[in-house]
Write a protein that binds this ligand. Sequence first.
Ligand code: GTA
Length: 329
Amino acid sequence: QSEMKRAIDSSETDVFSQNTKRAKADNENGRGEAVKESERENTLSGFLTTAVLSDSAREKTIFIHGKLADQEAVVILEKTPFREETLAEIFNGSKLKLDMKNDIYSTYRLQAPPHLNEIKTTVVCPATEKHVNKYKHQESFLVEEAWEDYQSITLPYIQEQSFSVQWVYNILEKKAEAERIVFEDPDPETGFVLLPDFKWDQKQVDDLYLIAIAHKKDIGCLRDLTSDHLPLLQNIFQKGKEAILQRYNLPASKLRVYLHYQPSYYHLHVHFTKLGYEAPGCGVERAHLLADVIQNLQSDPQYYKTRTLYFPLRADSGLLGRFKEAGRL
Ligand code: GTA
């Protein structure tokens, strides 16, 4: 455990020193003031809430739809996990207000110092109706998709209206998140970029979440994979695990490595999450272990072009509507 904490500490140092270097370079470019200004600026002041899309007292999250300077936006607020190394500061540097005391039992409201009381905030702006629906709490239905259904229902739908993958291209072209890259293999056929998923705040390995994004641009999802892609998949699996061991001191036996079907973004990417952390979307109805995908393609090169696949869709998903219209639900 302490080994892992140390690994994270050293990775934070990496990020910190990179940030310092960047700030220094910005200053040398005469942009230092702009950087400081953007740090001070609260882009969320003036956010007007339209509706709470979902919330969870247990997970300490809330998904909000609203308006940000006249643009539709989705904001996700999430209280962050505790870290062992900050406990001493929480106990020594906080205000404590007694709520109740009874025999040996007492409860308090503890006011931690602001830097230990941060809320991870994700903003999608401008958000489309599809983003709003994605984060809305809705009933789900399991769909049975034969290869013919994929061709006649799913593929036309995703070609018409899937989320933009501009953010993916920005990562591959180093236009965004370049300083967050943990590992890269630049080979155009078998290469990929490994970086922290934006759901992970990188403060503790307990909820480790990275994604590997393939450089190859013509693979949308599981259905596009054949045995031709085995070198790419094996490369992601092998080098991804090695990079995580090196950076976070987390062995392969502690990792859940999988693809989503259906994904939200149709550009091949693989999820690496820590075993034991219940990452959203890691359930059997959506996650396909990369190890299984590799074996399936080894035993049948056309596996994903012949099998029936099952996945959940939300009540007001357009794709669910298409399956209903086709009498497949
Ligand atoms: N580094 O810009 C990005 C970025 N974007 C736009 C998405 N991702 C990004 N990572 C970086 N930079 O794991 C990540 C996503 C996701 C992966 C895409 O890329 O975080 P996918 O194509 O299979 O899509 O994976 P998926 O899994 O549906 O996406 P997502 O967003 O994880 O949604 C699944 C469910 O997770 C949601 O329905 C919601 O219930 C929950 N969720 C989403 N975001 C959050 C959050 N910030 N906090 C808590 N729960 C969340």
